[in-house]
Design a protein around this ligand. Sequence first.
Ligand SMILES: Nc1ncnc2c1ncn2[C@@H]1O[C@H](COP(=O)(O)OP(=O)(O)O)[C@@H](O)[C@H]1O
Ligand SMILES: [Mg+2]
Length: 118
Amino acid sequence: MIQSIIDSHKNTISDLVKVGYSFLAEGSKRIAYLSPCGKHVIKIPINHIGIMENVCEANEWRKSNKEVLARCMMAIGYLLIMEYVDPVSGVLPQWCEEFDDQVGYNKKGKLVAYDYGC
Ligand SMILES: Nc1ncnc2c1ncn2[C@@H]1O[C@H](COP(=O)(O)OP(=O)(O)O)[C@@H](O)[C@H]1O
Ligand SMILES: [Mg+2]
């Protein structure tokens, strides 16, 4: 079941590329594709933890106070749509540690975390 979801994402990727999405980056659980407009990414799970992380992030976004989290929502097939943030490194505010410094600036210039799964 889980493997078939992961396998189906090979087709998802080629469909996304056909409509202008481009590969952005790969983590240990998810691959991010950037939308043609540059405003959002689609996070595609590459293993069962990635599926869980996408579900957790969507839930976290819904129930959190949203101050420091990138906006996101669940899509069909356990894909996650998330606002694009420009990742930053270097000296960061202390709250970023909670997210292993996986933070960046969104289009509004606000520093937010982009990897905040389980
Ligand atoms: N919202 C985003 N905006 C820009 N880049 C992102 C975003 N989300 C993820 N990425 C990029 O994709 C990579 C993998 O995503 P991440 O959420 O860290 O997945 P994993 O759970 O596999 O670590 C990140 O290291 C980052 O480079
Ligand atoms: Mg990560």
